[in-house]
Design a protein. Structure first.
Length: 281
C-alpha cells in the first residue's frame, strides 16, 4: 500500500520498524504517568517539541508509543521530543480532572528536566494527534482557564506554537457529532459531570483567544475526524483574534498524519521547524 493512501491503516504503520526513546521519566505512580524523552545526537541545548498522542482519550486504544515514528523522525533532524503519556478515561484516575492534570503535570515537568537532557525551553512547540491535538491546544490555553478550575496550576509551561494533526478541539461539537470516530459517550466521560458548564475548562473554544499561533494539519479524506471540525474551529479561533490556519492534505486519512515520509507528515514537520525558528508559515 502506498504511504500516501487514504486507506493507510494502523497495522501498516505498526509494521514499520519502530524507533525507541532515549529515556523515560515518571511524573506519578501510575504506569501511564510517564514521559518518553527523545534527544538528538550532539551537544544541546536542543529545540524541543511537546508531543501528545491520541486514541480517543482512552488508554486501551493508544499510548505514547503511537508517536514513536514521528518522534524518531524529529530526533533524526535535530529536534528533541518530550512525548507525554497519560491516564485515559478508561483508567482509574483518568477522565476529569485526571486526564487533563496528567497532561499538564507532564508538560510542566519539562522545565524541571530540561537542563538534565540539554533541552531548550525558550520556544516550545506542542504537537498533538487526534485527541492529542485537542490536548496540545488545551495546553497552550491553560493560562486562560477560569478561576476556580481544579486544572489551574502555577507557572504552566509556556507553549509558543501548536501543530494539531487531525485534532478534536471543540469537545461540545464532538459530543454532539455521532460521525466522529471516537463516539459521543467518551466525551462525557472526559469532561465529567456535576458542574454548570463541563466545557468551560476542557474545550478549547471556551479558552479562546489562546494568543498562540496554531496550525491544523488535516487529511481531506480523514474518516475518523470529520474535516469540518477543523474548518469550524479555525473559523472560531480566527474570529477570536488568534492566528489559526488550516493546512489541508489531499488524498490523506488519519494514520498518515503520524507516519514519516507521507505528504501529511512532511507538511507537519515543515510547520514544526518553522515554528521552532519563530517563523510564520
Amino acid at each position: 500500500m502506498a504511504a500516501d493512501s487514504p486507506r493507510m491503516t494502523w497495522a501498516d504503520l505498526r509494521a514499520r520498524p519502530r524507533p525507541a526513546a532515549d529515556a523515560t521519566i515518571s511524573y506519578g505512580s501510575d504506569p501511564y504517568q510517564i514521559v518518553d524523552v527523545w534527544v538528538p545526537a550532539g551537544r544541546g541545548p536542543h529545540p524541543v517539541v511537546v508531543m501528545v498522542h491520541g486514541g480517543c482519550w482512552q488508554t486501551s486504544i493508544a499510548d505514547a508509543k503511537l508517536m514513536n515514528w514521528i518522534a524518531g523522525d524529529l530526533r533524526d533532524d535535530g529536534i528533541a521530543v518530550w512525548n507525554i503519556d497519560y491516564r485515559g478515561v478508561d483508567r482509574r484516575g483518568g477522565g476529569y480532572p485526571g486526564t487533563f492534570a496528567d497532561v499538564a503535570t507532564a508538560a510542566d515537568r519539562l522545565a524541571i528536566e530540561a537542563k538534565r537532557f540539554g533541552l531548550d525551553t525558550r520556544r516550545v512547540v506542542a504537537v498533538g494527534h487526534s485527541a492529542g491535538g485537542h490536548l496540545a491546544l488545551w495546553l497552550a490555553g491553560r493560562s486562560r482557564l477560569p478561576a476556580g478550575s481544579p486544572l489551574r496550576m502555577p507557572h504552566p509551561l509556556k507553549i509558543a506554537h501548536v501543530v494539531s494533526l487531525g485534532g478534536l478541539p471543540d469537545l461540545a461539537d464532538t459530543a454532539a457529532s455521532p460521525e466522529n470516530g471516537c463516539g459521543t459517550e467518551v466525551v462525557a466521560r472526559l469532561v465529567g459531570t456535576g458542574r454548570a458548564d463541563p466545557y468551560a475548562d476542557t474545550s478549547v473554544p471556551r479558552l479562546l483567544p489562546l494568543r498562540v499561533p496554531q496550525d491544523l494539519v488535516n487529511g481531506r479524506e480523514d474518516r475518523i475526524i470529520p474535516y469540518r471540525m477543523a474548518l469550524g474551529y479555525v473559523k472560531m479561533a480566527a474570529a477570536a483574534g488568534d492566528r489559526a490556519r488550516l493546512h489541508t492534505v489531499p488524498d490523506t486519512g488519519h494514520v498518515e498524519l503520524v507516519a514519516p515520509d507521507t505528504p501529511a507528515w512532511i507538511e507537519a514537520k515543515r510547520l514544526v521547524k518553522a515554528a521552532l525558528a519563530g517563523r510564520a508559515e
